[in-house]
Design a protein around this ligand. Structure first.
Ligand code: PLP
Length: 396
């Protein structure tokens, strides 16, 4: 019997919609349920900063509460925050957006991505994305009845998206390309020249780009370039960003989308019914982050860079090949030379040496043969992790 013909017959799960039922649970979550049941584990698994939100940003939230600023805001977000966002995006990404009509404050990049997809996808539209990629892209596309189309990228090519690979996946149904540079889980980056080639394909094939630039401040090599800043791209881009990573504000749940007014208007219609607005306390904290948080962010970035260098050198000493990731806070070393697949490597490393890393295939088929190691973890923990990983690899 096909899934479509399942009738409600008193079984509670039969109430769940077919397309939701078919979505797999996150491979990371399942893996970390095992981790949580163990003690003395060093975790390189978590994709969130180990730093607490800088104190003055927390204070801004406390102050908002003290002042009784506890109501709804405009659906689009506090005007002052939208002005700060427009200024920040202009200064750092070189794209001009009108603060009051082209910026929408959302509940994290997660919500911004969801409403962006909901605003533009008709059933059956194809959404392309480079892989390995953030675990939520494929399910988010499926939830809006789009068709996810993975474009594998290669370790040998530093996990960059190439125009030829993109072209090869384009069909008459292709509508959207999701980009995420620096990339979760690989730490890959793309420079201006490389993005120009992608921009050209998008223009030739009339693709809309949703660019998730949540790790953009955490770039350690060349200056970050946004595809939205390239000629002809502003009109076909939805620029997504947030506060979770660079300002260590994951729990505040605040992010934003910048796009031409027609797209922001469409997203706002969904946001106003589904979410109403992002929490005001988080929005007040976000203003403080953008206006006075630059030096804290730079200090955190310096720490991440030191940790990245340490981890990269350590992997090389142990004999684990790893490309020199230039962004985010992840390394994506290759482990297939050990004879184990991603999951076997991660499970055995956890069981035998109590180090948690994420199997690369959690991020799509092209992540197989790798594991994701987050260095959003203190140096003392990284040192222990490296010693244990070395022991484990030598034992194989
Ligand atoms: N986009 C990417 C690539 C991420 O890695 C994450 C979180 O790990 C998110 C979006 C979610 O961001 P937010 O906390 O702003 O919802």
């Amino acid at each position: 019997m096909s899934d479509m013909s399942v009738k409600r017959n008193g079984v509670v799960t039969d109430f769940v919609a077919n397309h939701v039922r078919s979505i797999p649970r996150s491979g990371i979550r399942d893996f970390f349920e095992i981790v949580q049941s163990m003690t003395d584990v060093v975790s390189l698994g978590i994709g969130e900063p180990d730093f607490a939100t800088p104190w003055h940003i927390r204070e801004a939230a406390i102050y908002a509460l003290e002042k009784g600023r506890t109501g709804y805001t405009s659906n689009l977000g506090l005007p002052r925050l939208r002005k700060s966002i427009a200024r920040y995006v202009r200064q750092n990404y070189h794209v001009e957006y009108d603060a009051l009509s082209e910026v929408l404050v959302a509940v994290g990049v997660s919500e911004a991505m969801d409403i962006a997809l909901r605003a533009v996808i008709n059933p059956g539209d194809e959404v392309l994305y480079h892989s390995p990629c953030y675990v939520s892209y494929s399910p988010s596309i499926l939830l809006v009845h789009g068709k996810p189309v993975e474009i594998p990228t290669l370790a040998e090519d530093h996990f960059k998206l190439r125009a030829e690979a993109l072209k090869a996946k384009i069909t008459p149904k292709s509508k959207v390309l999701i980009l995420n540079f620096p990339t979760n889980p690989t730490g890959a980056v793309m420079n201006q020249q490389e993005l120009l080639a992608i921009a050209e394909v998008c223009q030739q094939h009339d693709l809309l780009v949703i660019t998730d630039e949540i790790y953009s401040e955490l770039s350690y090599g060349e200056a970050h370039c946004s595809i939205a800043s390239l000629p002809g791209m502003r009109e076909r881009c939805i620029f997504l960003h947030g506060f979770s990573k660079a300002f260590a504000m994951t729990g505040f749940r605040v992010g934003y989308a910048c796009a031409p007014v027609a797209l922001i208007e469409a997203m706002m219609r969904i946001h106003q019914y589904a979410m109403l607005c992002a929490p005001i306390i988080s929005q007040e904290a976000a203003i403080e982050a953008l206006e006075n948080g630059q030096s804290d962010m730079e200090q955190m970035r310096e720490q991440y860079q030191l940790r990245r260098n340490f981890l990269l050198n350590s992997f090389r000493e142990i004999g684990i090949p790893c490309f020199n990731a230039q962004g985010a806070f992840y390394l994506f070393p290759r482990i297939d030379q050990t004879g184990l697949n991603s999951r076997e490597f991660a499970v055995r490393l956890l069981e035998e040496q109590k180090v948690a890393v994420v199997p690369g295939n959690a991020f799509g088929g092209s992540g197989e043969g790798h594991v994701r190691c987050s260095y959003a973890t203190g140096m003392d923990q990284l040192e222990v992790a490296v010693e244990r990983i070395g022991k484990f690899v030598r034992s194989l």
